[in-house]
Design a protein. Structure first.
Length: 81
């Protein structure tokens, strides 16, 4: 609740938020919502600590994934397949 209160000073309540708990662990958990709903969602999922909070409209981007690690993508340092 306190994180949402602090973020709400700078962002509208409709701002997308994603919280990732225990990143890269077998029990990794991802919760997405907006500032108006994320606190209740996290409570219902039991996430209280050790989480990364990502905030911003960029989370709505439905564009293509990065090609950086795509084997067919050519970079300055390697030729794509």
């Amino acid at each position: 609740d306190s994180v949402v209160r602090n973020l709400s000073i700078h962002y509208p309540s409709s701002t997308p938020v994603t919280v990732v708990s225990r990143v890269t662990w077998p029990d990794q958990h991802i919760v997405s919502g907006d500032l108006s709903s994320i606190a209740d969602m996290l409570k219902s999922e039991g996430i209280r600590k050790t989480a990364m909070i990502i905030v911003g409209r960029f989370l709505l981007n439905k564009g293509d994934l990065s090609k950086l690690y795509d084997a067919s993508f050519t970079t300055e340092y390697r030729q794509g397949e």
